[in-house]
Every structure is written in structure tokens, then in C-alpha cells.
Write a protein that binds this ligand. Structure first.
Ligand SMILES: *[C@@H]1O[C@H](CO)[C@@H](O)[C@H](O)[C@H]1NC(C)=O
Length: 423
């Protein structure tokens, strides 16, 4: 009766393929699901009073900001846009010495998002922004300035303070790449702490560092000791750049690429902090400009081909965590002789590691609570080392079946090492 049946071998394989497809679908759903809710009017002012007051009601076309009233100086004119406000906060922070203790990093928080309309925000974003603002509006010497940059504000920052990069940032085909470059530029040009809108701070940046974080440490493999004392000097210097580890894997195994990292010890950029003009961030910027130039050179005068060429570049390497890791690694290796993999926390339970004026946090600082499976030494979010929690990962991206398949295949089967991570 059934004349179109498949050969037995194929028939046996069918349920397997179906199960695999289902698994992939579940996997991508799991990594991109969002929560929708409708609320009545009084909900936002009551539940998120600081975001309501300092973001929603304070919003301008370029963004919203809060500068602690006690920082203000009546002789300074009122800023007309977010760039002027950020430059004002920068001057006031220097004048009043409002820095993260042990550092020259100003107590200024930067975030960026596409709008200031709380009604459209996901709960993770609402809670995160409210918490950053709770720390910013704290009483006494722990208060901080806060900036939420809109697209128009990001454009002002680039065209105003880094005009040589404006053309390259405009050329980026993906929103995630513009946001990647923006976070580096804002802490390089203004200084302060950057946190993705879907991060939840667990400790105020004003208390991120203590004596222990800046104490000397030794690479057990080479016996070299590192500290905040610069080469050829005998005085301790303040920290000027803080970066955290997001991927911590043994370099002699496949673990790092199976988990989608480019380096065994890879840095994150969903949270970072810097004083203005750090040379590592300058190096990130020049690497980025050089890479864009190289990728687009063959297509000069053909905007469509340029866009396509840029679209094919992996954003993780062009502007993302791998680009941040490479700039930091090359600079520290060259300037301090650091053995990069010595930064791992797998052999010392994770500790902050100062290398001159640069401080690398262990994985728990910005990636706490990863759990036991592939946790890479990450401790629970209640651990004192935990500073920032990153929640809805990949909120900028849309799921793409090809990309999700690669991720699935690497993680579960340890194959597809060179499968593209871009659509
Ligand atoms: C605030 O003042 C206390 C006491 O002087 C000091 O220990 C702490 O480091 C200060 N915090 C900041 C953020 O300056």
C-alpha cells in the first residue's frame, strides 16, 4: 500500500534529525526569549522611580543624564546636550576628585539604548537602570554622574570628540557593532564606567576596588611578580583601566573554542571602566580603523559592496570581546612582558590582577553565577567578588538558524570550529 516509503536506513535517521532540529529550535528560543507585559499608568513612577525621574522625564533628543547636585559649580553654564553634560561631569569629577578609590577613573556611569520610553523596556533593563541610578544617587562621597546615551548622543560624541572615526562607525552594518565601538569611545573620551543596559550592578562602582585588588601577585609558571608599580619606577600608580574576564579556560584544551571564545582567557566588554585616554583603548580604536580600511579597500566607491564586505566580518573580532582582548593582550605583552594566560583564575580561585595601571578582574566580577557546568570558576552572584550581573545576553541580535546551528554543534559535539558565527 505504501509505495513511497523511505529506505529503512533513512527512516531510522528521520526521528533523529527531527529531534536535532527541535533541540536547535529550543536552544535558540531559550537564548532569545523575552517577556512582555502591559502595565497601567502609575506603575512605572512607583516601581522604577529613579528611571522615571532621571531618564523618562529628563530625556532630551540626545539622551538623559543626572549629575549629583553636590558636584555642581554655579559658574559652569547649563549643558545643552548630552555631550556638553558629559564633558561637564568630566571636569567636575576632576575638580572634586570624584574617582573610584585606588584609581583615576571618574565616578561617571554610561549606558546606551534606543529610547527612553520605559513602557517598551524589558524588566531586566528597567531593573538594571534603576539599580545603576540607585548607586548614582547615593548620599555622600559615593554619588556618581549617570548618562543614558541615545543614538543622537552617540553621534554627537563621535563627531565631536573622535571625528576621524565617524565614517567608520557609520559604516558598521550592525547595531551591535556601533554599540561596541561606542562603549570603548565613551570611556576613552569622557572616562567612567560602562554597563550594558541589561546588566545589573551588584556593588556600587564607588566600592569596586580595595587594597586587596591592587596588591601584587605572582605568575606561578614564570615566578614574575606584577603590581601597580610601573616598570622602571618605584611608586604605586592609580588604576586607569578595569576589564573583566568573561571566558576562562585551560589553554591546552579545546574548551575555549567549543564555548565560542577566541582566546582561552577572554575579556568581556558588557562592563568596563577607564580613565580618559588609556593607551589600550587607543590601540583598540586604531586596530578597528585599520581592519575596516583593509576590509573595504577593494570596494572603494561601491557603498553596497562595502556594506556586504563589512557584514561578512565577525563582529566579535571587529568590535567585540575578541577585539578588546587582542588590544589588551598585545599592549600588556609588549609593555610589561605579561604572560597573558597568567591572568587565569583557574589556579588561584580567581583574584584581581593589576598589571601597571591596568586591572583585570576575575570571571566572578562581571560574570558571576554561571553555575557548575562550564562555569569556568565563576562564583555565585552573592559572592563578594561579584560586581555586575549580565542578564539577557544577545538582546541586540536576532536568532539565525545557521549561526545557532554552529553554536550548538561546537558546544555539544565539539565540531564546527570554523563554522561562521555571523549570519
Ligand atoms: C568615601 O570616604 C570614605 C571615608 O573617608 C573613604 O574610605 C572612601 O574610600 C570614600 N569613597 C569614595 C568613593 O571616594
Amino acid at each position: 500500500m505504501i509505495s513511497y516509503s523511505l529506505p529503512a536506513s533513512k527512516r531510522r535517521r528521520q526521528p533523529l534529525i527531527l529531534a536535532l532540529l527541535l533541540l536547535i529550535a529550543l536552544w535558540s528560543w531559550h537564548s532569545t526569549r523575552s517577556v512582555k507585559a502591559t502595565r497601567d499608568e502609575g506603575f512605572y513612577p512607583e516601581r522604577y522611580p529613579l528611571a522615571w525621574k532621571h531618564v523618562s522625564l529628563a530625556s532630551t533628543r540626545s539622551g538623559a543624564w543626572y549629575i549629583p547636585p553636590e558636584w555642581l559649580d554655579p559658574s559652569e553654564p547649563a549643558p545643552r546636550n548630552i555631550l556638553e553634560a558629559a564633558q561637564l561631569a568630566q571636569r567636575l569629577a576632576v575638580k572634586g576628585n570624584h574617582n573610584i578609590p585606588y584609581s583615576k577613573i571618574p565616578l561617571i556611569i554610561h549606558q546606551t539604548w534606543k529610547d527612553t520610553d520605559l513602557v517598551t523596556w524589558k524588566p531586566d533593563v528597567l531593573e538594571g537602570v534603576e539599580k545603576w541610578l540607585t548607586y548614582a544617587t547615593a548620599a555622600g562621597n559615593e554619588s556618581m554622574a549617570y548618562f543614558l546615551w541615545l543614538d543622537e548622543g552617540c553621534r554627537q560624541l563621535v563627531s565631536g570628540l573622535q571625528p576621524d572615526l565617524a565614517e567608520y562607525v557609520d559604516a558598521m552594518p550592525l547595531m551591535v557593532e556601533k554599540s561596541d565601538v561606542f562603549r570603548i569611545l565613551v570611556v576613552k573620551l569622557i572616562g567612567g564606567v560602562y554597563g550594558d543596559v541589561d546588566t545589573l550592578p551588584l556593588r556600587s562602582p564607588a566600592s569596586w576596588l580595595d587594597e586587596k585588588d591592587v596588591s601584587a601577585w605572582t605568575d606561578p609558571q614564570t615566578g614574575t611578580t606584577y603590581s601597580t608599580i610601573a616598570r622602571g619606577s618605584s611608586v604605586k600608580q592609580p588604576i586607569e583601566l578595569i576589564l573583566g574576564i568573561e571566558g576562562d579556560n585551560r589553554p591546552d584544551t579545546d574548551d575555549y573554542w567549543r564555548m565560542g571564545y577566541n582566546y582561552p582567557v577572554q575579556l568581556t566588554q558588557w562592563a568596563l571602566a577607564s580613565a580618559p585616554n588609556h593607551p589600550i583603548l587607543k590601540s583598540f580604536v586604531s586596530n578597528f580603523a585599520a581592519m575596516v580600511k583593509e576590509v573595504t579597500r577593494p570596494y572603494e566607491g561601491d557603498p553596497k559592496a562595502i556594506k556586504n564586505a563589512l557584514y561578512r566580518v565577525d563582529p566579535i573580532e571587529l568590535t567585540g570581546p575578541a577585539a578588546v582582548t587582542l588590544a589588551t593582550k598585545e599592549w600588556l605583552e609588549k609593555e610589561t612582558g605579561l604572560r597573558w594566560d597568567a591572568l587565569t583564575g583557574l589556579v588561584d580561585h580567581g583574584r584581581s590582577k593589576a598589571v601597571g595601571d591596568t586591572l583585570i578582574f576575575p570571571i566572578t566580577a562581571f560574570s558571576p553565577g554561571r553555575g557548575k557546568w562550564h562555569g569556568m570558576g565563576s562564583k555565585p552572584i552573592t559572592d563578594p567578588d561579584a560586581r555586575v550581573l549580565h542578564r539577557a545576553q544577545g538582546s541586540w541580535k536576532r536568532p539565525n538558524l545557521k549561526v545557532e546551528f554552529g553554536k550548538f554543534c561546537r558546544t555539544v559535539f565539539g565540531g564546527c570550529r570554523d563554522w561562521s558565527r555571523v549570519p
